[in-house]
Design a protein around this ligand. Structure first.
Ligand code: SF4
Length: 235
């Protein structure tokens, strides 16, 4: 399998672990605020040439055993690549912990990874209230898939989180409450990261001009949304 990039050392992406991060190419969403446009848009020739082969990633990991504990897989949308399953299996066989980022639209793939114990941590996007997902994707089928992925995560033994990038035009104040209602229906405790929006690099250039929520607003939101079931944090 080929990857769009390798970040050799990452202290933030995999909670509590020193990791390497690999990036997959392509995404089935078009979030206008996406901060990885090069992984979403068709690749330029230069980007194609910069792809990293999995053998080079394995060889890097082999040399960093003991220093790196985990491999974080992000995109784009990693689950668009069926061959990722074999890549993850090899990474696990090498003794690394695996964290997966996903937008939640491939519950079948997610379940297969979890059933085989291939992934130890999953970070899944919950981008806005489900009834407003048309703000990020023009595909009505995505919402049912996302519901299914949430059910799979909530009944699994792995550590997981949901995360919401707080872009005012995508997640309006009342949408946070709607997300919470949907999450509470799962009947389990959950970690929910509110991610501050950074307009410096965005898929839709118009979003460079967008305002982000104030930190103070996010702090108050965190207080309001936290309870015995939801552990809300700001990232
Ligand atoms: S933010 Fe994530 S899901 Fe949205 S377009 Fe970018 S990579 Fe895809």
């Amino acid at each position: 399998m080929k990857f769009a990039g390798l970040q050799k050392l990452d202290l933030l992406n995999c909670p509590g672990k020193v990791s390497a991060t690999v990036f997959t190419q392509g995404c089935n969403f078009r979030c206008p605020y996406c901060h990885n446009p090069s992984l979403v848009l068709p690749q330029t020739e230069a980007a194609k040439e910069a792809m990293v082969d999995e053998e080079d990633i394995f060889s890097y990991l082999e040399k960093r055993h003991g220093m790196i504990e985990a491999v974080a897989i992000t995109g784009g949308e990693p689950t668009l690549h069926p061959e990722l399953e074999d890549f993850i299996r090899k990474v696990k066989e090498m003794g690394f912990f695996v964290k997966l980022d996903t937008n939640g639209t491939n519950p079948e793939f997610l379940k297969r990874l979890l059933d085989q114990g291939l992934v130890g941590y999953v970070a899944m996007d919950f981008k806005t209230a489900l009834e407003h997902y048309d703000r990020v994707v023009a595909n009505g089928g995505a919402v049912e898939k996302i519901r299914e992925s949430l059910k799979i995560l909530s009944s699994s033994a792995v550590d997981w989180e949901i995360r919401t990038t707080c872009v005012p035009s995508i997640v309006k104040e009342e949408d946070f409450e709607r997300i919470k209602i949907e999450m509470d229906k799962l009947g389990v405790g959950y970690k929910w990261y509110l991610q501050a929006f950074n307009p410096a690099v965005t898929l839709d250039e118009a979003y460079h001009e967008s305002l982000a929520y104030e930190q103070d607003f996010l702090e108050k939101l965190k207080e309001r949304l936290s309870d015995e079931r939801s552990s809300v944090r700001i990232r």
